[in-house]
Design a protein around this ligand. Structure first.
Ligand code: ATP
Length: 276
């Protein structure tokens, strides 16, 4: 799963978006705006330690494309996705947005263009409204509610004892996994970033949440360059393009039509197996 290393692993993507880390910012950064053309991964290789995890990955994602990353556990999907907000730097090759290497812009600037919906969204101790507002700290109440509606979360939030003002614990215990996911989706709507990274939960959600999450995701990805780490077929139905990862390489790259006939991993997901 994405960013599982370390105690705060799960929070990492959402919370670290504002925080400094050990990777240096350039001395004279270039400005980065919303991507206009494409995100390119050029001769990309990566290793956490000695063992290579991604080898010579070459792929170009046009702006607005919705891409599903599928493949067995350990194939490198999460690692690939974690390089986009520059949680790590490549060992070899580079990632560019409209031709600009990610290392030429500040992390703050880069991450302002990205929203992340993690597998197991964590909530902080505070109200539901405050938890949604994490997506954009200066959002008005109306904007928070609008984001919740679009995330199909408004109804269950209003059913809580104090609605949007209901306090939730750090682990969001009183909310189901699917409800927490919809809070994370509401955050992403509010954030309104041009690049989206979604890390699908491996375990199944309750059926009602599952349907709501699917609908909300289908809306959320529209018009955004999206990377979905997917484990279930239902999730990749929103994708325009599927990248199959195996052993640190992209072993297949194509549309549903292209993969349906001849890709074993795609076919097992189609057949209902949970992969990765
Ligand atoms: P999953 O579907 O299980 O999340 P994945 O396809 O996303 O799998 P990654 O999580 O990217 O695969 O893992 C690729 C390889 O890198 C695996 O061998 C994994 O054990 C290793 N790995 C992942 N994160 C780390 C880390 N923080 N430190 C060291 N090795 C890691």
């Amino acid at each position: 799963s994405l960013f599982r290393q370390g105690g705060a692993a799960v929070e990492r993507m959402e919370y670290i978006l504002h925080q400094p880390d050990s990777l240096p910012d350039p001395e004279t950064p270039k400005p980065l705006t919303a991507p206009q053309r494409s995100i390119r991964f050029e001769n990309l290789s990566f290793a956490y330690d000695e063992e290579s995890v991604l080898h010579d990955v070459n792929v170009e994602i046009p702006v607005g494309q919705v891409v599903a990353l599928i493949g067995p556990s350990g194939a490198g999907k999460s690692t690939f996705a974690s390089l986009i907000p520059r949680f790590y730097d490549p060992r070899g090759g580079r990632i560019t947005i409209d031709g600009t290497d990610l290392r030429e812009v500040t992390k703050k600037n880069l991450r302002s263009t990205i929203a992340v919906v993690p597998q197991m969204p964590s909530l902080f101790a505070g109200t539901i409204a405050e938890n949604i507002r994490l997506g954009r700290l200066d959002a008005t109440d109306e904007q928070v509610i609008d984001a919740a509606r679009r995330a199909h979360a408004d109804k269950f939030i209003r059913e809580q004892p104090e609605g949007y003002q209901t306090q939730v614990g750090e682990r969001g215990d009183q909310l189901s996994g699917g409800q927490r996911q919809r809070i994370a989706i509401a955050r992403a709507f509010l954030r309104d970033a041009p690049i989206l990274i979604l890390d699908e939960a491996t375990s199944a959600l309750d059926p009602e949440s599952e349907a709501m999450v699917q609908q909300a995701l289908a809306e959320l990805v529209k018009g955004r360059t999206t990377f979905i780490i997917a484990h279930r077929f239902s999730t990749i139905t929103v994708a325009d393009r599927i990248l199959v990862f195996e052993n640190g390489r992209i072993s297949a790259d194509g549309s549903h039509e292209q993969l349906r006939g001849n890709n074993a991993i795609y076919q097992s997901m189609l057949g209902g197996q949970v992969i990765g």
